[in-house]
Design a protein around this ligand. Structure first.
Ligand code: SF4
Length: 85
């Protein structure tokens, strides 16, 4: 599991963290997650629990992609991962 510390947060009183990544601006106590459930206060740091996880994986014909200019008739493995911090 890849552990990634978020950048958009501020430390508040009593070990709480204020996440600034979206309009909810959750105030998160130690060991708890924000409204989204993917950012957690772990030992006073805001950790993104889903960083690097695969969101989707599929094989596409390259003609569906803009790389077709270079490699005609080739299949393409498409991986999408989460990397928002
Ligand atoms: S913890 Fe999630 S829901 Fe809360 S402010 Fe951060 S990104 Fe938004």
């Amino acid at each position: 599991m890849v552990v990634k510390e978020c950048k958009l947060y501020s430390k508040e009183k009593k070990g709480k963290i204020k996440c600034l990544a979206c309009a909810h601006k959750c105030l998160i106590s130690k060991g708890k997650t924000g409204v989204c459930g993917v950012r957690k206060n772990i030992k006073g740091k805001l950790i993104l629990l889903v960083y690097g996880k695969v969101v989707s994986m599929n094989i596409d014909a390259i003609e569906k992609n803009h790389y077709m200019v270079f490699y005609l008739k080739v299949m393409l493995l498409v991986l999408e991962v989460l990397d928002v911090i």
